[in-house]
Write a protein that binds this ligand. Structure first.
Ligand SMILES: NC(=O)c1ccc[n+]([C@@H]2O[C@H](COP(=O)([O-])OP(=O)(O)OC[C@H]3O[C@@H](n4cnc5c(N)ncnc54)[C@H](OP(=O)(O)O)[C@@H]3O)[C@@H](O)[C@H]2O)c1
Length: 283
């Protein structure tokens, strides 16, 4: 049997159609021009690509996506001051800080300066803490994209054995909380996991985001598993994920490709989060 290949672009299109309707409603009922501002510190070709995709999507649904560019060697205080100005600016309805940040900046301090009601990525301690306690409001975009993919397949995670290969603050940790909130049995693996196969080969749902091409070979996957590949690695001219797609698709029941899987859904989820922060500003 060959796995069903999930079409992330189609899921993203549906999400964006709903976002466009919400934005149209907001614009016709309130006198505001929805504006999301991204703070970009220095330059990074990989985040430039993501930003371009997000800006294009914003433009299509009627959200103004502004950039505030700061120098690579900007002081931490200057970044904090800039965020505080955006927090009180009534013309700004959501704030992003583009990752990665230069090493001299304390990421937690910077993120936690964002007003949680304008925190489009859901990375502030407040929004993360609420999620951990089961009050999900602004959910980080990549974990939200994984949930959307599962939901789109009408896959109920309750009681399922789910393995996540990633324990970062932006993917694995929030995703663990979200899946626990839905009563899945979740195992989390990372670089110190002694025997990855011992976990992955029992996973009914395997979600991987290590950023290591072909980390997940067919012998690591349970028959009929739902395999979701969050990894994005640039190899020469092309992009791939963690999963050895060609062999794993012959054993999995459902699988996301890279590109065209989690990536486009993440961009769409980012815009869905924007509608939440925009609504916060008009409530
Ligand atoms: N599709 C999307 O929309 C999207 C969005 C965000 C990120 N991504 C991609 O997802 C990947 C992860 O992003 P991130 O920001 O979470 O990166 P990260 O902070 O580097 O996290 C990578 C995770 O994988 C673990 N890991 C690395 N190599 C491993 C191995 N050989 N075996 C087991 N675990 C291993 C790491 O463990 P340690 O921390 O212990 O090293 C860490 O938990 C990247 O490829 C990134 O480009 C995709």
């Amino acid at each position: 049997m060959t796995a069903k290949v999930i079409d992330g672009r189609k899921i993203a299109k549906n999400i964006l159609e709903n976002v466009a309707k919400d934005i149209k409603y907001i614009k016709s009922n309130y006198q505001i021009k929805p504006n999301i501002t991204t703070i970009i510190i220095g330059s990074n070709p990989e985040s430039d690509l993501y930003l371009r995709l997000r800006d294009k999507a914003c433009n299509e649904v009627g959200i103004i996506s502004s950039h505030l560019n700061l120098a690579e060697d900007v002081s931490e205080q200057k970044v904090i001051d800039s965020i505080n100005e955006l927090n009180i600016d009534e013309k700004v309805h959501g704030i992003f800080v583009q990752f990665p940040l230069p090493k001299h900046l304390a990421i937690d301090k910077i993120i936690n300066t964002i007003d949680p009601s304008k925190d489009v990525e859901g990375f502030t301690s407040h929004n993360m803490g609420c999620m951990l306690l089961g009050e999900e409001y602004i959910i980080p975009c990549t974990p939200l994209a994984v949930l959307k993919i599962l939901e789109n397949e009408k896959y109920d995670v309750k009681g399922k054995d789910i393995v996540i290969v990633n324990h970062s603050n932006i993917v694995g940790k929030p995703l663990t909380a979200l899946l626990l909130n839905r009563n899945a049995s979740v195992s989390v693996c990372h670089i110190f996991t002694k025997n990855l196969k011992q976990y992955t080969s029992n996973a009914e749902v395997l979600i991987t985001g290590a950023g290591v091409p072909k980390l997940i070979t067919v012998d690591l996957v349970k028959k009929d598993a739902f395999v979701i590949d969050v990894g994005i690695v640039k190899k020469e001219d092309r992009v791939c994920g963690d999963v050895d797609f060609e062999s794993v698709k012959d054993i999995a029941s459902k699988i996301t490709p890279v590109p065209g899987g989690v990536g486009p859904v993440t961009v769409a989820c980012s815009l869905e989060n924007m509608t939440k922060t925009i609504n916060n500003c008009i409530d």
